[in-house]
Ligand binder design. Structure first.
Ligand code: CAA
Length: 294
């Protein structure tokens, strides 16, 4: 299998822009693809902001930051991913959209390249089997913010070859990440444990155990978590959380994975957390305040 020099990243959203930045910081040439110029520019601006902040804080030199930026090539065309050695998808968490995308890319990207999905919960095999290279298909699951969180779950599905799995493991390690191998079971390690915890926090709120901020403050001060579970749900995105629990519930049929009514109603209202400005907290002011509507 070819040495990885060029990495394709599909999607410049919450996860994709971070995945692209981390790969460029590790010295890889990155082709970052979005559906249109406006969305692409938004993602690239986020990267530029992070790089500028690193220079301001003295964590990086201007030359290094410029070199990282120079390694990221934005595009709206699949054809620009043709020479990539590894392609990581971080598009919307919809199996139908992912399959449609892989069908197009499979024809374009060189046959020896490895494909990876950053899915949070969908079965990796369902995507692998839709391509002509199911042996060269893995999960590379990053955590938000990808630039900061140490972990990458490296997911092996039933068709993944040893060689492709090793390429993925070594790649994640070369980015300075802690690469933990996991099996292709819904939620892998982290979301299988973290999602029921976040859902339980919503149920605790519904049962009146505490207010939104009391639940969050209690878990920060009492369990040493950097964020409380409701702030974390907003941070992950309530739409993403909702789709992860649907997949987990479908797979395991256990109440602990079911969407609590409050989450369901918030999704109907279009409250997706930080990304939409409203979730368990209202982000429209200087500092987040509890959302009075829930
Ligand atoms: N991109 C890049 N860097 C970021 C960042 C971002 N979006 N957000 C924060 N940072 C950096 C800051 O620049 C800062 O860097 P320095 O230490 O170099 O100055 C550092 O992270 C700490 O940030 P802050 O001081 O602003 O704030 P903080 O100390 O509260 O940390 C946090 C912010 C890192 C997000 C922290 O609150 C945290 O770790 N929260 C938990 C995050 C978490 O659990 N993520 C996993 C979610 S689950 C998931 O992603 C999987 C899934 O499939 C759903």
């Amino acid at each position: 299998m070819a040495e990885i020099k060029q990495v394709g990243v599909l999607g410049a959203g919450l996860m994709g822009h971070g995945i692209a930045q981390v790969a460029a910081q590790a010295g890889y040439e990155v082709v970052l693809r979005e559906v249109d110029e406006q969305t692409l520019t938004k993602g690239i601006h986020k990267i530029e902001k992070q790089l500028a902040r690193a220079v301001e804080k003295g964590k990086s030199t201007r030359e290094d930051s410029e070199a990282v930026r120079g390694r990221i090539h934005g595009t709206v065309h699949y054809r620009d991913l043709a020479p990539c050695d590894l392609v990581i998808e971080a598009i919307t968490e919809s199996l139908a959209l992912k399959l449609e995308m892989w069908r197009e890319l499979d024809e374009i990207v060189k046959p020896e390249a490895v494909f990876a999905t950053n899915t949070s919960s969908l079965a990796v095999i369902d995507q692998a089997a839709s391509t002509g290279r199911p042996g060269q298909f893995v999960g590379l699951h990053y955590f938000n913010p990808a630039q900061v969180m140490k972990l990458v779950e490296v997911v092996r599905c039933v068709t993944t070859t040893d060689a492709a799995f090793d390429v993925a493991l070594q790649f994640a390690r070369s980015e300075g990440k802690l690469a933990i191998p996991t099996k292709d079971k819904a939620g892998f390690i982290v979301n299988r444990l973290l999602v029921p915890y976040m859902l339980d926090a919503i149920r605790a709120y519904e049962e009146g155990v505490g207010s939104v901020s009391e639940i969050d403050d209690a878990m920060k001060a009492g369990a040493g978590h950097p964020m409380g579970p409701l702030a974390l749900s907003d941070f992950v995105g309530l739409d993403t959380l909702g789709s992860i629990c649907d997949v987990l519930f479908d797979e395991f049929r256990e109440r602990r994975f079911a969407q609590p009514p409050t989450l369901r109603k918030m999704l109907s209202a279009g409250w997706f957390g930080r990304k939409s400005g409203m979730g368990f907290y209202d982000y429209s002011g200087e500092a987040p305040v509890s959302n009075p509507g829930i």
